[in-house]
Design a protein around this ligand. Structure first.
Ligand code: MN
Length: 422
């Protein structure tokens, strides 16, 4: 990752000394602001001591949260060794860049880190201050906190105790993102809206830092004011994964920032799966369609390539199809023969009128069966009896279960004595 940073610090219009300090170390990719406190210039010592210890700790490869703890110990021990510095302390908000697209921020006190992304300014860090705690408890509104007379009272600082709880934030950034570190001398004097306007409109980091300091002084300059403005110029997101393991040794104590990935990555990821899914559906449906088509064809073949011999109005008829029909396919009359059912011997007559006649897989076989029936007819000279003969129905089979001969496909009037077979 490549960043450029500009910084500015000013005593303000009221205070006699500047107890703030900042650190911009491009080689270590380490940036920080510290806001010291304590009488007799002890505040200046506290912030300077903290930043120097921080730099040394990061230079010796300490993770940022450990480096802040080291800085706390340095301020604490210096206060312990020098009675005139007793009670001194400092805030510290420190940022390191990692190789990929990730920033780590270690934070104690009421200095702040903001992230400007696509024109929107978001506060990354939580203040360790009395008013912030009152706001969190619902006893103050954020608006009341901004003007509260005790808004400078902090609840956590470096140098007060031998140990300190450090808030750690990880921020994934994209090119064009801008980070602001600042002491409370800016945020107690300038509203967030005006801070956002300046950070958004001034492209040069150094000029932006100067303008923020000017804004605090224009608003009264009641406190020291210090800002670091940092632009993310280049990121390498793929490198972040490998760095995660050794970047943080201990689990982060505080809430991680909500914004995780560069904003421009989101639409690309949202679009990509779509065509992939459509293609998957097509690939899944295609074999099903093929299977269904094959099955349909097989069923149609089965339904239409079958023949059976039955009766229709006292005639032996060759039907094409399956007795009773099959799915969509009803049997059709294929050949109305000259063989009369009434001429058949009882045994054959019963077979022809059976509910489940034998099915043949070819027309030739069905015709062969018809030939058998023709030779079995006992009478060959009964052509004149047709008018008087009662149509015979099978006595042995239940009428309801018989295969209902379907209406002939084309209305060919039954002409007695004439075969219609080809
Ligand atoms: Mn301050």
């Amino acid at each position: 990752m490549r960043v450029v940073a500009g910084a500015a610090s000013d005593v303000g219009r009221v205070r006699e000394g500047n107890e703030d300090a900042f650190l911009v170390d491009d080689r270590l990719a380490l940036f920080a602001v510290a806001d010291g406190m304590g009488g007799h210039q002890a505040g200046e010592v506290a912030s300077a001591t903290a930043l120097e210890a921080l730099r040394a700790a990061v230079a010796s490869d300490q993770p940022i949260n450990e480096a802040v703890v080291t800085a706390n110990r340095a301020v604490y021990e210096m206060a312990a060794e020098n009675p005139e510095m007793r009670g001194m302390g400092t805030t510290l908000t420190a940022l390191v860049t990692l190789g990929g697209n990730r920033l780590l921020i270690g934070h104690v006190g009421d200095s702040r880190a903001y992230l400007l992304r696509e024109g929107a300014l978001r506060k990354v860090t939580d203040d360790h201050s009395l008013v912030e705690e009152l706001v969190r408890d619902g006893r103050l509104t954020p608006e009341q906190a901004e003007v509260h007379p005790q808004r400078s009272i902090i609840t956590r600082a470096l140098g007060i105790d031998a140990d300190v709880e450090v808030d750690l934030y990880t921020v994934d950034v994209g090119e064009g993102d801008r980070v602001l570190l600042c002491s409370d001398g800016l945020t107690t004097m300038v509203r967030d809206r005006e801070i956002a306007r300046i950070v958004r409109t001034e492209p040069d980091v150094r000029l932006a830092a100067d303008k923020l300091v000017d804004a605090a002084n224009d608003a009264g300059g009641e406190d020291n004011v210090t800002v670091v403005v940092l632009d993310v110029v280049e990121v390498d997101p793929e490198a972040s994964e490998a760095l995660d393991a050794d970047a943080v040794v201990e689990a982060p104590p505080a809430a991680p920032p909500p914004a995780a990935t560069p904003a421009e990555a989101a639409p690309t990821e949202a679009v990509l799966p779509k065509p992939r899914r459509v293609r998957a559906v097509v690939l899944t449906l295609l074999p099903i369609a093929v299977i269904l088509g094959v099955a349909f064809g097989a069923l149609a073949w089965y339904a239409r390539r079958s023949y059976y011999v039955s009766q229709l109005h006292d005639r032996v008829v060759v039907y094409r199809g399956v007795p009773g029909g099959f799915l969509l396919w009803s049997p059709t009359v294929d050949d109305r023969t000259d063989v009369r059912v009434s001429d058949l011997p009882p045994y054959e007559r019963q077979r022809v009128t059976a509910a489940q006649p034998q099915v043949y897989t070819s027309r030739a076989k069905a015709e062969a069966r018809v030939d058998t029936l023709r030779t079995a007819t006992t009478t060959t000279t009964t052509s004149t009896t047709t008018t008087t003969a009662q149509p015979r129905t099978a006595p042995a089979t239940a009428p309801g279960t018989r295969p209902k001969p379907v209406t002939p496909p084309t209305t060919r009037p039954p002409t007695p004595g004439t075969t219609t077979s080809p």
